[in-house]
Write a protein that binds this ligand. Structure first.
Ligand SMILES: Nc1ncnc2c1ncn2[C@@H]1O[C@H](COP(=O)(O)OP(=O)(O)OP(=O)(O)O)[C@@H](O)[C@H]1O
Ligand SMILES: *[C@@H]1O[C@H](CO)[C@@H](O)[C@H](O)[C@H]1NC(C)=O
Ligand SMILES: *[C@@H]1O[C@H](CO)[C@@H](O)[C@H](O)[C@H]1NC(C)=O
Ligand SMILES: [Mg+2]
Length: 338
């Protein structure tokens, strides 16, 4: 998309050229200086001009809104006090470091429908002006992007090229790997170098990139812990990371079907944070239903939300504490009630 107005074209070149000057090279310096002078006036008149043009790999488009992330995690994410805390600390710590030693690698684990994709979106929303639509945010789903085990070698080189190409374009790129537990171990191995403490690989530094892995691995042991707390009559908020950490790494290590198990991602300490997601209870499903009504522009109706939340299936069979599908089907379920 090339902007149409001449002013805009010039601005686009100056704004987007970033580290490389290639885009301006054909223009002689004197013209550039003249244009820059004209631009200064133009910019003074339209201070928000950056937002009108193509997204660029620059702070105007990429910078963490820490308050925004905190507010989003507090208000929009339900029942995940541990995940919420770790994510805020990890992301704000990383983004405020001008010279990180390695890329940020987060591994999000938990039962289905508990908010793993949702949190990735909240992070993207508060780091990139364009959120998930940003051209610097990349999602890979094993079943969509890498479906055939027989083509592993092709996938490997393709994925490596994508990561290299995108990080070359923009150091602050974000890569989300969904369904990490279904990903071929060989493929995970192929991205390992990018997660490590290298200054540069083939002249490219990956240290400002963010990698987020999503999986259900360890979900059952997290759920068991949450159930133990519930049975003991203890508050869910009393569950601490240390109650889950060992369990989680054991579950991920010992699950021979999990791609993570086969790789040395874990024992090489390439993952900076393991983030557990707790299974959701009735009250959280209720909150999801209320939020969904508001998102649709309806007046939130607690009795409708209650109906939706009561019709959801809970487990274990006898206690019925946790929603089998978390908040995942609330959006479509709501259609039957309003
Ligand atoms: N903890 C939560 N707080 C608020 N909304 C949630 C939460 N969990 C899920 N939701 C809602 O449910 C939808 C589906 O959740 P999401 O896709 O994040 O689940 P997931 O953890 O990725 O599940 P899966 O493991 O099946 O991929 C989200 O888009 C969000 O609207
Ligand atoms: C950051 O987020 C807060 C809360 O959502 C918002 O009020 C504020 O305008 C945001 N700041 C920027 C620079 O976008
Ligand atoms: C960046 O990643 C996408 C996949 O998300 C890929 O299609 C594209 O070719 C990559 N860009 C480069 C320059 O490699
Ligand atoms: Mg998901």
């Amino acid at each position: 998309m090339v902007p149409k107005k001449p002013h805009a074209l010039l601005l686009w070149m100056l704004v987007c050229s970033g580290g490389s000057t290639e885009a301006i090279e054909p223009i002689s310096t004197s013209i550039a200086v003249g244009m820059a002078a004209a631009l200064t006036g133009f910019l003074a008149t339209y201070p928000n001009i950056f937002y009108y043009f193509n997204e660029c790999c620059r702070p105007e488009w990429i910078s963490l809104n820490k308050t925004g992330l905190k507010v989003d995690l507090d208000r929009k994410l339900y029942g995940q006090h541990i995940a919420s805390r770790i994510i805020l600390k990890a992301v704000s710590g990383f983004m405020s470091n001008d010279n990180p030693k390695k890329p940020l690698v987060l591994s999000l684990h938990g039962w289905t429908g508990t908010g793993k994709n949702f949190v990735s979106q909240l992070i993207a929303d508060n780091v990139y002006k364009e959120g998930m639509d940003s051209s610097f945010v990349h999602i890979f789903t094993s079943e969509l992007h890498f479906p055939h085990a027989s083509q592993l070698e092709t996938y490997k080189s393709q994925l490596q090229q994508w990561i290299k190409g995108n990080v070359t374009n923009c150091a602050h790129s974000m890569f989300i790997f969904d369904e990490m537990d279904k990903m071929h171990p060989g493929l995970i191995d192929s991205i390992k170098p990018y997660l490590d403490y290298y200054d540069k690989l083939d002249g490219v530094s990956y240290r400002k990139a963010i990698f987020i892995f999503l999986s259900n691995a360890g979900g059952e042991s997290i759920t068991q812990t949450a159930l133990d707390f519930w049975k003991a009559g203890r508050d869910r908020e009393e569950i601490e990371l240390k109650d889950l950490e060992t369990l989680l790494s054991l579950a991920v290590f010992n699950n021979k079907k999990s791609g993570l198990w086969h790789t040395s991602l874990i024992d090489k300490n390439l993952v900076d944070f393991f983030v557990p997601f707790l299974p959701l209870e009735y009250r959280h499903v209720l909150q999801c239903a209320m939020a969904e009504m508001i998102a649709r522009g309806h007046q939130p109706d607690p009795s409708v939300a209650d109906q939706v939340a009561r019709d959801v299936v809970y487990f274990p069979k006898t206690e019925r504490v946790f929603a089998v599908k978390g908040c995942k089907t609330i959006e479509s379920k709501l259609d039957y009630y309003i």
